[in-house]
Design a protein around this ligand. Structure first.
Ligand code: ADP
Length: 353
């Protein structure tokens, strides 16, 4: 089999279990060589989307394309896809090298090519020295490397990863994140679709992030775009922390609880209800161009920042301050400010497309 062209395209893909639609008309394209994270809360349909690409679930409607092939009706083993899941799914009675070879045999790779391909995949994942071990003799992170080696050994154009780090402890996780980033640099033509509910993984690894909520794609963009210019309240609060202030659009900006604020309103109609998104680390203490006055409710020291919670007319506003010379007394009146350019106006209540 010649190597299939890369890239994944979902064309209005819907999946239902009984009457329950768990993936609703997903339209999404992953370019050849791109890392796309599917980010969303549990139950939002991420794994289902991945399984539709792998061929483990059949869409009720819509088509799945890999490169220039429509694979919707192909069985999983004919799609040429590598897949890594949370639980490693290694055979405990097989040695590392046998686990990797198993995937190659399942893909009908000629017998004489198998030892070379196994060695290459183990080399790529840093597991060459462990070829003769059994899975039980490896740490969780090492087992996951073997699972990745097995997925890569078939030289897939598309690698699917379903929460691959969630079984690992925090320290191993960050090491494996760096490892996956390195693998991507060494395999620049392989498209990766990476399911996670962890925004740090998505922000760190992905070229673009597709944000899912309740069976729907609600936003897609580069990590920077989604963080700086979220389109929806859901994205604003799921990708990073956000202050979401209910405002009304005025001629000169917006009004928040009667306080005029200067912000870019774009095409928003005067008088319209909207939500203003301001990131906590862009809020400063003291007066400034846009000043909010309130009562200091709580201060948390978080190592790199002090987090202040301030009650502004019944709304809790969060400020993350890198430098705080003197902590104001709890219950005292404080002023907060933010720059007009650091606020993003979102349509009120529009959390879904
Ligand atoms: P996520 O990966 O975002 O956590 P999933 O795609 O796994 O979400 O699941 C989406 C929804 O589909 C959930 O409500 C889940 O309970 C349901 N679901 C998943 N698999 C099945 C199945 N085999 N049968 C019935 N419902 C399922």
């Amino acid at each position: 089999m010649s190597a299939p062209a890369g890239g994944i395209r979902f064309e209005k893909v819907s999946v239902a279990y009984g009457q329950h639609t768990v993936l609703d008309q997903l339209d999404l394209t992953v370019a050849p060589g791109e890392v796309m994270a599917l980010l969303g809360p549990s139950g939002s349909g991420k794994t289902t989307a991945l399984r539709a690409v792998a061929g483990f679930v059949a869409p009720a409607s819509g088509r799945v394309h890999l490169g220039d092939r429509d694979v919707t009706d192909l069985p999983p083993y004919r799609r040429g896809i590598g897949m890594v899941v949370q639980s490693y799914a290694l055979f405990p009675h097989l040695r590392v090298e046998e686990n990797v070879a198993f995937g190659l045999r399942a893909h009908k790779v000629p017998r004489r090519e198998i030892p070379g391909r196994v060695a290459e995949a183990l080399e790529l994942t840093g597991m060459a020295d462990y070829a003769r071990r059994h899975p039980r003799e490896l740490s969780g992170g090492q087992q996951q490397r073997v699972a990745i080696a097995r997925a890569l050994a078939i030289k897939p154009a598309v690698l699917l990863l379903d929460e691959p780090l969630s079984a690992l402890d925090a320290q191993l996780r960050s090491g494996m994140l760096a490892e996956l980033a390195r693998l991507h640099r060494e395999l620049p033509d392989v498209s990766m679709l990476y399911v996670t509910h962890d925004q740090v993984e998505a922000l760190t690894l992905a070229d673009r992030i597709a944000v899912m909520d309740r069976a729907r794609l609600v936003d897609v963009g580069t990590p920077q775009e989604l963080y700086r210019r979220p389109r929806t309240e859901f994205t604003a609060s799921f990708v990073g922390n956000a202050n979401l202030l209910p405002v009304r659009v005025t001629g000169a900006g917006v009004s928040f609880e009667g306080v005029p604020l200067k912000v870019a309103t774009g095409a928003a109609a005067e008088g319209a209800a909207a939500t203003l998104c301001v990131r906590p680390h862009l809020v400063g203490l003291g007066e400034g161009p846009n000043t909010l006055r309130g009562t200091l409710g709580e201060v948390q020291w978080r190592g790199a920042v002090h987090r202040l919670y301030v009650d502004v007319a019944g709304h809790r506003v969060t400020a993350d301050l890198r430098e705080l010379k003197e902590t104001p007394a709890l219950g005292s009146d404080v002023a907060l400010h933010f720059a007009p350019d650091d606020a993003v106006l979102l349509d009120a209540g529009v959390s879904h497309g």
